[in-house]
Design a protein around this ligand. Structure first.
Ligand code: SF4
Ligand code: SF4
Length: 159
């Protein structure tokens, strides 16, 4: 698997090919797509230490649900509204983390790891069903997540 800092360069080399392959997958929708992606997710994440990567935390701004806000604000001793004012901004009807990288990311990793937002727990969604409805984000995430990059390379070989 590629090292996190090698990813952007590697993605540039295959970006065009990946978007073309995404169109092929969308048109053909292989019956076993969810199963193979879910299996590779399991195998590859077993080899990956997310705490030594954190590429997603450095480059993405997760959306927080009301439950996330209530939970994390409680842990930090803030009111719901104070937490929103301090850490979030509204974007297209969602509350997302305010800033280019997440304010909870420290040199020691996520400072709220045990209470992190649902979106962070679920990223990159490769253990979910209905992969064919998320192919755009799958390709975009090839530039962020080494596991997704590897899954996409394996998909191109398989189909
Ligand atoms: S809340 Fe934690 S896991 Fe989520 S993006 Fe921020 S640092 Fe990463
Ligand atoms: S989910 Fe992907 S990008 Fe995020 S820390 Fe884990 S391997 Fe890195």
């Amino acid at each position: 698997m590629l090292a996190p800092d090698e990813l952007r360069k590697a993605f540039k080399m295959v970006e065009e090919e990946n978007w073309a392959f995404r169109a092929f997958l969308k048109a053909t929708e292989p019956d076993d797509l969810d199963r193979v992606v879910n299996e590779w997710h399991k195998t590859l994440f077993a080899e990956m230490d997310c705490r030594s990567c954190q590429n997603c935390c450095k480059s993405m701004t997760p959306a927080l649900t009301n439950k996330d806000v209530a939970r994390i604000a409680g842990v930090l001793g803030l009111t719901f509204d104070d937490f929103r004012t301090k850490y979030l901004k509204e974007d297209g009807g969602e509350w997302i983390v305010n800033g280019k990288s997440c304010p909870f990311l420290t040199n020691d990793g996520c400072s709220i790891y045990d209470y992190r937002p649902k979106a962070c727990r679920e990223y990159p969604y490769t253990d979910k069903k209905e992969t064919s409805s998320r192919l755009m984000s799958l390709v975009a995430n090839c530039a962020v997540c080494p596991v997704v990059f590897e899954i996409f390379e394996k998909l191109k070989k398989r189909y």
